[in-house]
Design a protein around this ligand. Structure first.
Ligand code: SAH
Length: 225
């Protein structure tokens, strides 16, 4: 039995390594802290048991309550755009499985994460405890209002799309901090929007990807790379 277990662990390790090389480095993720974090966090522990074999595949996967854990490339791309520093505090909106929060926690000092769905929140919280992620604080609630108590944040990662970037989140950014979020109406094409707080009163918005990025969100066309 022990042999089978270690064989499985070894298999997951190899798949993770391949994911980092083929899905991330080859597509231009170059931030070493992001790559190290993606190499460190065991994604198979965050997906529902039945999908474990696909944990390192090039696609999003279903979670409970009709939610999804994003494609690895999308997680890495979004986190890279935040240009985080080790000493930053980061807000993660839409905890879901807890995967993005755990990747962030491998890069920065403190991560605060908010989930609206009680079931997902409780499940993620248990997972954080079990994995001994001592630098993640999570709560159940509406993430669009942020978490004022621990603001300002050096980075804010929003993994649920909305029609616009909530003002309250922009206000909780530290000066110099960045926020990334998919913006667009449900059912229509969404674009990733990067907000950079350049001063106390000025926020710069940039749309990322558009034509180049959107096809990367699905896994089609990337098989066999
Ligand atoms: N970051 C997650 C992916 C989550 S998918 C991961 O790594 O697994 C988006 C999540 O956002 C879902 O779990 C959904 O329930 C949550 N969500 C949607 N609207 C929200 C809101 N207003 N506040 C907090 N969480 C929200």
């Amino acid at each position: 039995m022990e042999k089978i277990m270690s064989f499985r662990q070894e298999l997951f390790r190899q798949e993770k390594e391949r994911m980092v090389k083929e899905q991330l480095i080859r597509r231009g993720i170059g931030d070493s802290a992001v790559l190290e974090a993606m190499q460190k966090v065991a994604r198979h522990l965050f997906v529902p048991f039945v999908y474990r074999a696909y944990a390192y595949g090039d696609s999003p996967l279903p979670l409970l309550q009709e939610q999804t854990i994003s494609q690895p490339y999308v997680v890495a791309f979004m986190i890279q755009t935040l240009q985080l520093q080790r000493e930053d505090c980061v807000l993660d909106v839409g905890t879901g499985s807890g995967y993005s929060a755990t990747v962030l926690a491998a890069i920065v000092q403190k991560v605060y994460t908010i989930e609206r769905d009680r079931g997902l929140f409780e499940y993620a919280q248990r997972r954080f405890r079990w994995l001994q992620c001592n630098n993640i604080w999570s709560r159940e609630g509406d993430g669009t209002v942020g978490w004022q108590e621990f603001a300002p944040f050096g980075g804010i990662l929003v993994s649920a799309s909305g029609p616009r970037v909530p003002k309250s989140l922009c206000r909780q950014l530290a000066i110099g901090g960045r926020l990334i979020m998919p913006v667009g109406k449900q059912g229509e094409e969404q674009v990733l929007v990067l907000v950079h707080r350049v001063s106390g009163k000025r926020w710069e918005q940039r749309k990322l990807g558009g034509v180049r990025f959107v096809p990367l969100i699905g896994s089609e066309g990337w098989e066999g790379l």
